[in-house]
Design a protein around this ligand. Structure first.
Ligand code: DGL
Length: 258
């Protein structure tokens, strides 16, 4: 089935998190049209069950397909774990790109690096994460770090609450040699600077946004779906609730690193 290259790429997340992925998509493909779909009404996803997130994501895709889209980027690790496979099976005509914690790039950091993986409880419970961690278990020491409640602090732009949370989260690792901290939730790059203040000295921060954007570019290129126009594309923002911070995050974060 041929699809109009002019149609937008839909980028979905439970709220403001996916904007960190949209930012990377815009760096690589500024001339594409986008719909950013922030599902604040159903946030946070990370403490829901897999079947709830699957149902929500299916409904979101149904709505977006009704608007007309040429690809779906699930800019949410949690929704990717819970729903990407099922959505691909049900929508074989639509390119669906997901995101996963950057465990693969962490393997390039040297011999058996110690890697802390911050993510939502659901991402870390899911089979997708278990299989990924198993694949790299002989090359990395992987320590999952569930972060219930952190998404809510970021959504609320609660800076003090975020600092207190992070200080407590990383305190047990202060004296450990840690090589990398993986941001396994797309909300976390928004507080990258705060995270950098609390992680063990010498650890690097990795996130999957850039890899997801490159993967999206490659898929669209293979399918002949890249927009040919060199004009800057349009971004339409949809929020399923009335999160007053969504436009703020869009303006603040699309053009500079968080
Ligand atoms: N941004 C989502 C992720 O990457 C999680 C947000 C949530 O818990 O709603 O996992």
């Amino acid at each position: 089935m041929s699809r109009n290259a002019e149609l937008p790429i839909a980028v979905v997340d439970s709220g403001v998190g996916g904007i960190s992925v949209l930012r990377e998509l815009l760096r690589i493909m500024p001339n594409e049209n986008y719909i950013y779909y922030g599902d604040s009404k159903n946030a946070p996803y990370g403490q829901k069950s897999k079947s709830e997130v699957l149902e929500i994501t299916k409904n979101n895709l149904k709505y977006l397909k009704g608007l007309g889209i040429k690809a779906l980027v699930i800019a949410c690790n949690t929704a990717t774990s819970a729903a990407a496979q099922a959505l691909r099976e049900e929508n074989p005509e639509l390119p669906i790109i997901g995101i996963e914690p950057a465990i693969k790039p962490a393997a390039k950091l040297g011999e058996n690096p110690c890697v802390l993986v911050m993510a939502t409880p659901l991402t870390l419970q899911e089979e997708k994460f278990r299989l990924l961690a198993e694949r790299f278990a002989d090359r990395e020491e992987i320590i999952p770090l569930p972060c219930p409640g952190l998404v809510e602090l970021i959504e609320a732009d609660d800076k003090d609450g975020t600092e207190t949370y992070l200080e407590k989260l990383f305190a047990p690792y202060a004296d450990r040699k840690v090589d990398a901290v993986v941001l396994g939730c797309t909300h976390y790059p928004h507080v990258r600077r705060a995270i950098a203040r609390y992680i063990p000295e010498g650890a690097v921060i990795l996130d999957g946004g850039e890899g997801t954007a490159r993967h999206t570019y490659n898929r669209l290129s293979e399918l002949g779906l890249l927009r040919r126009s060199h004009e800057t594309g349009k971004i339409r923002i949809i929020n399923t609730s009335t999160n007053p911070r969504l436009p703020f995050f869009c303006k603040q974060l699309l053009y500079k690193k968080g």
